[in-house]
Design a protein around this ligand. Structure first.
Ligand code: GLC
Length: 477
């Protein structure tokens, strides 16, 4: 079975967000499935990525494997494709003017991104003909590569002999891609002619991708249900309800070899579930680096990740203000929306003794926070899957999370963490009060930490679910 996996970003080559973690590990996990799980045959999954300016790859390992052009408005745009290998998997990098002319993976100008990803998607499909490798499945991710599914479904670009089946993983429904009428027509894709999608959605890549995909996979079972409601459906809930038979939520996995507190060299002290006191070395190192009072008994609460409205920082800040009478320290690490970054800095000015706002991307510090902090806060307004809570659990950092999407599917109240129902400071405060009370009972607290560290978030189970979707699609066709 041949699968072409398309994504805008993938570790270890280029990473902006959670999509890169998935696109860098799911294809490998699929290839590693034992043949009997993988629909009876090994899966020949190959990854295709844009050759962004910021891609990290040793150019000496890149081999030119195809050179062709795609048509745009009557002109031909040259394409060069380079191949490298990731743990034995072929990885193709597409290059061409619409990709190399923008310095970043995602541009502040949405029109530039639509041009870039439409070009990338079309060129990726063309590539398969030049390689003489015709995929059975085209697997796209989010709006960027949805153009490819629309091209396949409208029987354009792909040769008539070929009838690949299509899968779309939805990492974040809120990013629809915007009105793309001009690029769709420039790349020769027919205007949408069905009435099933709402009018405003008919020229946007993600809705077109949803319409085209034979299988739609949101990144957790709860998110798959949430997007059928007006609160989370981004205007597409009624359409998605007509597609429930093709909709399956699959929780993302975690690269448990990379995220392993027993072998993590960036920690001050490595540890496993049987050596929880060693975490104190990491906590002390953090308090020292961040110039906070060095005291193991003060609960250390942290947030790590993109500074974005979706992540509910404002909710966390307000709930902490309400808990001013309790003893805690709080660290936030991340960057993003400048206005929210400013609110984080002002929280530190308000509580200079116990809050640190570290506004930057800092991978080493993030590992130390996972391995040394006591509680991991994720008050996300919505969270399709979320990776940080899984990492935190693996490192014995107890999660306090909004009960939504993948957070709800990975954290269990009373066993591995604390959940709050409503996306507001009062609801979060109540969960923090429960967590702080439990922290005061070290035996109970360590039980939670051990439960967290014993959860299995590794990829094989999720990859097996994707493989069964592939095989059922092929047996239908
Ligand atoms: C997006 C979602 C996040 C998910 C990630 C990978 O970044 O916001 O919840 O974990 O994609 O699927």
């Amino acid at each position: 079975m041949k699968i072409l996996f398309l994504a805008a970003e993938a570790e270890p080559f280029v990473k902006i967000g959670g999509l890169a973690d998935v696109a860098g590990s799911l294809p490998l996990a699929l290839r590693a499935l034992p043949a009997q799980t993988a629909a009876g045959v090994p899966l020949d999954v190959r990854l295709v990525l844009p050759l962004h300016q910021s891609v990290r790859v040793d150019t000496a390992t890149l081999r030119l494997v195809a050179e062709f052009s795609v048509w745009r408005d009557g002109f031909s745009v040259p394409v060069k494709v380079f191949e490298t290998s990731l743990d034995g998997m072929p990885v193709y990098f597409i290059s061409g003017a619409p990709i190399s002319s923008t310095p970043t993976v995602y541009s502040p100008d949405p029109a530039q991104d639509r041009e870039k990803y439409a070009f990338f998607s079309i060129a990726a499909l063309e590539l398969t003909h030049h390689l003489g490798w015709e995929p059975d499945i085209i697997h796209a991710n989010d709006w960027h590569t949805s153009f490819a599914l629309y091209a396949v479904q409208s029987r354009q670009i792909v040769r008539p002999s070929q009838h690949p089946r299509t899968v779309l993983t939805v990492h974040n429904l809120a990013y629809l891609g915007g009105d793309s009428s001009d690029v769709l027509s420039a790349y020769g894709l027919m205007p949408f002619s069905d009435h099933s999608l709402p009018k405003w959605a008919q020229s946007q890549p993600l809705p077109l991708g949803l319409w085209s995909a034979n299988a739609i996979v949101p990144v957790s079972p709860t998110y798959a249900r949430e997007i059928l409601t007006p609160d989370f459906g981004c205007g597409l809930d009624l359409y998605l309800k007509t597609r429930v038979k093709s909709l399956t939520g699959i929780l993302n996995g975690l690269d448990v070899n990379f995220w392993d507190p027993a072998r993590d060299k960036t920690l001050a002290a490595c540890f496993d579930a049987g050596q929880l006191p060693a975490r104190l070395v990491n906590k002390t190192a953090l308090q020292k680096t961040l110039v906070l009072k060095q005291d193991g008994n003060v609960p250390l609460l942290v947030m790590v990740g993109r500074v974005d409205y979706q992540k509910g920082l404002d909710i966390a800040f307000e709930s902490l203000r309400r808990l001013v009478g309790q003893n805690w320290q709080f660290v936030i690490l991340g960057s993003g929306d400048p206005a929210l970054e400013e609110t984080a800095r002002s929280l530190q000015s308000e509580f200079p003794e116990r809050v640190r706002a570290v506004i930057r991307y800092d991978s080493d510090l993030s590992h130390l926070l996972y391995g040394g902090a006591d509680m991991f806060l994720m008050p996300s307004r919505y969270e399709p899957c979320g990776l940080a809570q899984m990492i935190a659990m693996r490192y014995g950092c107890v999660p306090v999370v909004h009960s939504t999407g993948g957070l709800k599917d990975t954290v269990q109240e009373g066993k591995t963490g604390f959940l709050f129902q409503d996306s507001d400071p009062v609801s979060m405060e109540a969960a923090l009060v429960r967590a702080l009370a439990l922290f005061a009972e070290p035996d109970q607290w360590q039980k939670f930490q051990r439960n967290d560290m014993q959860e299995d978030f590794s990829w094989p189970r999720s990859a097996g679910q994707y493989a069964s979707i592939y095989s059922s699609l092929l047996s239908e066709s």
